[in-house]
Design a protein around this ligand. Structure first.
Ligand SMILES: [Zn+2]
Length: 385
């Protein structure tokens, strides 16, 4: 396994070799005085406002050695020809060693019930400043032969259970395609059941699970958040790398494409309230505007009533929400899903004919109406088909 010095040498060489797309920075010093390094990978010829922001964290727990080859494989992929589209559509930030103090001592090196001081003071503020659209927390087990994708850092709001499950399913399928049978571990739902078949070793009595950086990031920004475990007991270093990349690559690729219920490409984190049928959503004309809208709406979601949808006739759909907060600086969208692909005759917002956007999946059409600079009031859309 690489030492911290060797990892840092690898990162320096990566920056030197791919200086047009790789930038290395220190995001702060650990409690032990070591630099915590982040690797930014993106196509610098394309405006950042058009890009999604993804963050992959490794080694929050210092002795989880399978994480090292996994994050290095991800970095190698991101600078490769196959990573080109991702570099064009996203800024991907990899923090290979979140916990250098624990790593150098080969200790877990973090509290099990809460986030660590370094995470609270350096890592979480960095992720919040980046306004990340997606965060992945990569871990590794040192027992048994289980590998896992972890969801459940979220509330049961909007379609977040479904959407995080959808993202996890992409990871599971990608890993399976390469011969790695991951399980889905839903914190708080399955609780810790999958681990019971692989008892902890002596000295590891606590079975409390710790992936907690995801929670504050989701709570503040409605970021798509997932965790995962590779397995360094049953898989050698090379296999940990392959297995990690096989699961991580499809998640990162989600940020390049349009999910079936969205009207533009990007990580599917824009349904703030409601469901697939009728929803309150973030909106904008580029990735940056979507991000601003998403974060503002999420933080002010309590000022919106649950959007409701009525069907006065079979050719008319009405949807509305009431907003009771201070004037918003970002727009929001109301979105209705219609059966099939009907001809849309007219769409109104508060009885005035308005523009709309529409996108289709294989069985339905999503109609989006943007509301700019909303003040206190009721917002009702009518769709005539
Ligand atoms: Zn861990």
């Amino acid at each position: 396994m690489l030492t911290l010095v060797e990892i840092e040498r690898y990162l320096d060489e990566l920056e030197e070799k791919y200086s047009h797309i790789v930038k290395l920075q220190s995001i702060g010093k650990s409690s032990g005085g070591r630099n915590i390094k982040a690797v930014l990978i993106t196509d610098n010829d394309i405006s950042e406002s058009d890009k999604e922001v993804a963050i992959v964290m490794g080694l929050r727990h210092g002795d989880e050695i399978g994480v090292v080859p996994a994050v290095i494989k991800v970095l190698d992929w991101l600078v490769s020809d196959d990573g080109k589209i991702t570099r064009e559509r996203q800024k991907v930030i990899v923090i290979p060693v979140v916990n250098p103090d624990g790593f150098i001592k080969q200790e877990f090196g973090a509290p099990r019930e809460v986030i660590s001081k370094d995470e609270e003071e350096i890592i979480v503020p960095f992720i919040l400043a980046q306004e990340a659209d997606m965060v992945l927390d990569v871990h590794s087990l040192d027992r048994g032969d289980i590998e896992a994708i972890i969801t459940g850092h979220t509330l049961h709001e909007g379609e977040d259970d479904f959407i995080h499950g959808f993202a996890a399913a992409k990871m599971l399928a990608g890993a399976a395609d390469h011969g790695y049978p991951y399980v889905l571990h839903m914190l708080g739902i399955q609780s810790r059941t999958p681990w019971h078949s692989t008892p902890r070793m002596a000295g590891y009595e606590s079975s409390t699970y710790n992936n907690w950086v995801c929670a504050p990031v989701y709570e503040k920004m409605h970021t798509l958040v997932l965790g995962m475990e590779v397995n360094s007991y049953s898989l050698n270093e090379e296999e940990c790398g392959k297995s990690g990349l096989a699961a991580i690559r499809p998640l990162i690729k989600l940020g390049n494409i349009r999910s079936p219920w969205e009207c533009t490409a990007g990580y599917p984190n824009r349904i703030i309230k409601g469901n697939m049928h009728i929803s309150l959503r973030a909106t904008g004309s580029n990735a940056e505007e979507y991000r601003k809208s998403r974060i503002e709406l999420w933080q002010k979601r309590e000022y919106f009533t649950e959007p409701v949808r009525l069907l006065p006739t079979l050719t008319q759909i009405k949807a509305k929400t009431k907003f009771s907060g201070e004037k918003l600086s970002s727009p929001f969208a109301l979105c209705c899903r219609l059966h099939g692909n009907p001809e849309i005759k007219q769409v109104t917002l508060n009885r005035k004919v308005c523009d709309y956007r529409a996108s289709s999946d294989n069985c339905s059409t999503f109609v989006f109406v943007d509301v700019q600079s909303a003040k206190t009031g009721v917002y009702e859309i009518t769709i005539d088909i």
